[in-house]
Structures are given as structure tokens and as C-alpha cells.
Design a protein around this ligand. Structure first.
Ligand code: TYM
Length: 337
């Protein structure tokens, strides 16, 4: 008898056009590995992207580009389910139920919301941004997800997801599976190359510290070579004392499979400059085929849309029974058939 594979689900926003290296190392790289061992469902979360203003044409393009990058990174539509979130209406339908189960104070404690709304001011902050974590909970719970591969910044949202799932189950009977975060320590938080005290993020104040996968490799190589490192000269992994060097070692290790210890040995007696140059080379070598594969998918938008339509169909077949069960338990009168 075939053993049943555990379900994983994760999502990525189609904002900013290109993914950055933090998205790839923190999340997407794990997604690719997990499709071999798990029953994997992945989504380009365009509804989440709409929580901040988007140009309609650019959003459509970014969604295709996001899907193409996921395929370029190695997702295989025959081994996983890949869909666009807005193609699966069950996400928003379940999100409403989750909204009605979540306390206002509980949602207001989400640090990502607090940070973003503090930066933007309350008038520029949408109610959609406030309910972002509940839509994310719906994404996860719809598929009876066991593990959610993400970067460290999503941990709190997954804890909220567990809390509301438990609340629903206690109130209406066992319905949802409790998910856990799948976070790899080494790449959970890729830092900004210019300011290694903060995570690499599309909202960074300077473009110099952020590595976009779809940029010309030469541009990114230059960013690696001018990365801010630390005082001292020894190439050693120490997140507290040497955040810049440690970040470069983590990136190097993730892209090559060499362990941090092996890298420390390799760079013994060599200076930071050597490390920066080699990371630039390693990245360039990795990114060139990634970009070529992504471009192939972009060159055939009809085929890409067909793959995404098939993904949505597969996703809906999994999501619909969960939503039906939830609606029934909550007490919504089913329409006569
Ligand atoms: P998004 O698009 O902001 O980020 C996508 C993934 O990239 C990870 N990430 C990082 N990992 C390491 N270092 C970094 N500097 C870094 N920056 C970003 C994020 O942790 C994320 O895993 N809210 C989600 C999208 C989402 C989702 C979901 C995820 C919507 N629904 C359901 C899981 C399950 C997000 O942050 O997307």
C-alpha cells in the first residue's frame, strides 16, 4: 500500500516582478525539494498582493512572471499543484469564516501588520492588509496542510493559523488539520547585503542590498562584491559578531551544498574580499540557468496559462470539500440542488 504523503502548502506574492534571493533561499528552494517527498500545493497569492495598491496590467504580468520563476526554479506541475490564488475562489470564501473567528486584538498583534501600518500611516493602510493573515490562514487550512515552508517572518502568521484552526475545531467539531511551520534555520532569514542587521526585503530603503533573481547577473555580482562585511578579517560564521560575513556564508552554503564548516576551512587565511568574489561567482553560475528556464516559460504564455488552469482545477478539487464541510458546520443553509 502506498503511504500517504504529507500535505505542504505555501504561497508567494507576485509583487515587485522579480523574486529576491531571500524569497528563493527562505522558501522556494524548499518548495522544490518538498515536491519529491510531499503532496505539495503552491500558490501565487495575487489576492494578498492586492492589499497594497497595484497597477492592474503590472499585477497580471507579475503573476505570470511569478509562476514562470517558480517553474524556472524547478517546480514541476506533474509533481505538485501550482495555482494562482484568485483562480480558486474557495480561498476568499473560507477567509470570511476565518475573519469571523479571529479577535480584532489578536489580528492587531500581528507584527508584520503593525510594522507596515506604522510605516504607511492608518489612512493609507487598507482593511485588506489587516485581514491578510486570515486569508493566509484560509490558504493553509483549505488543503489540510501539515507543513508550511516559509521564511522566519511568517512564523507568527502560522501560529495564528493554528490558533484559529483549534478554535474552529473546538467550536464546530474536528474539521481542520493543524499546520506547522517548516523553516530551515540556515536560510530562514537572508539579510540585506548593505545592512546585514535587517532582512532582505522588497521594501528595503536602498536597492543596493537586495539581489533580484531576474536582474542581469552582472548587476547582482556587483552587489555581492560590494556587500557590507564586518570588522576583523577572519571568515567565520557568527551571526551576532559577524552578521555580514555569516549572511554571505549562508548564501554560499545554500547555493552549493557545501557546509558552513567546509566553507570556513576553504577560506582559512583568506580575506573577506575573496569570500565576496566567490559568492558573486557562485550566484552567477546558479542564476544563469534559472533565468534561462524562467524565460522559456515566459516565451510561451499560452502554455503557462494552460498549466495554471490545470493547477487551479486540481486545487479546487481539494479545496471545495473543505469549504463545503466548513459551511455545513457553521450552519449556512445549503442552496437547493
Ligand atoms: P512573500 O511573497 O512576502 O514571501 C515569500 C516567501 O519568502 C520568504 N522570505 C524570506 N525568507 C528568508 N529571508 C528573507 N529575507 C525573506 N524574505 C521573504 C517569506 O518568509 C515567504 O515564505 N505571507 C506570505 C505569502 C503567503 C503564504 C500563504 C505563505 C500567503 N498565503 C500561505 C504560506 C502559506 C509571504 O510572506 O509572501
Amino acid at each position: 500500500m502506498a503511504t500517504e504523503r504529507l500535505r505542504v502548502f505555501s504561497g508567494i506574492q507576485p509583487t515587485a516582478g522579480s523574486f529576491h534571493l531571500g524569497n528563493y533561499l527562505g522558501a522556494v528552494r524548499q518548495w522544490v525539494g518538498l515536491q519529491e517527498t510531499h503532496d505539495a500545493v503552491y500558490s501565487v497569492v495575487d489576492l494578498h498582493a492586492a492589499t497594497i495598491p497595484q497597477d492592474p496590467a503590472a499585477l497580471r504580468e507579475s503573476s505570470r512572471l511569478a509562476a514562470a520563476q517558480l517553474l524556472g526554479a524547478g517546480l514541476d506541475p506533474d509533481r505538485c499543484t501550482l495555482c494562482i490564488q484568485s483562480h480558486v475562489p474557495e480561498h476568499t470564501q473560507l477567509a470570511w469564516v476565518i475573519n469571523c473567528l479571529t479577535g480584532f486584538g489578536e489580528a492587531a498583534r500581528m507584527t508584520q501588520f503593525k510594522d507596515k501600518s506604522a510605516k504607511q500611516g492608518t489612512d493609507a493602510t487598507t482593511v485588506g492588509l489587516f485581514t491578510y493573515p486570515m486569508l493566509m490562514a484560509a490558504d493553509i487550512l483549505l488543503y489540510h496542510t501539515r507543513q508550511v515552508p516559509v521564511g522566519e517572518d511568517q512564523r507568527q502568521h502560522i501560529e495564528l493559523t493554528r490558533d484559529v484552526a483549534q478554535r474552529f475545531n473546538a467550536r464546530y467539531g474536528e474539521t481542520f488539520t493543524l499546520p506547522g511551520a517548516y523553516i530551515l534555520k540556515e536560510t530562514a532569514k537572508i539579510q540585506d547585503l548593505q545592512d546585514p542587521a535587517v532582512k532582505m526585503s522588497k521594501s528595503a530603503s536602498s536597492a543596493k542590498g537586495i539581489v533580484w533573481l531576474m536582474d542581469e547577473p552582472k548587476t547582482s555580482a556587483k552587489k555581492f562584491r560590494s556587500a557590507v562585511t564586518d570588522t576583523g578579517t577572519e571568515v567565520r560564521y557568527d551571526r551576532a559578531a559577524k552578521p555580514g560575513v555569516s549572511n554571505l556564508l549562508a548564501i554560499y552554503s545554500a547555493l552549493t551544498g557545501l557546509t558552513v564548516e567546509e566553507l570556513e576551512q576553504k577560506f582559512e587565511g583568506r580575506l573577506y574580499g575573496a569570500l565576496k568574489t566567490e559568492v558573486a561567482d557562485v550566484f552567477t553560475e546558479w542564476v544563469a540557468p534559472f533565468r534561462a528556464r524562467t524565460q522559456q516559460f515566459l516565451d510561451d504564455p499560452a502554455e503557462l496559462d494552460r498549466l495554471l488552469a490545470r493547477g487551479a482545477e486540481k486545487a479546487r478539487a481539494m479545496a471545495a470539500p473543505t469549504l463545503d464541510a466548513v459551511y455545513e458546520r457553521v450552519g449556512f443553509l445549503p442552496p437547493a440542488r
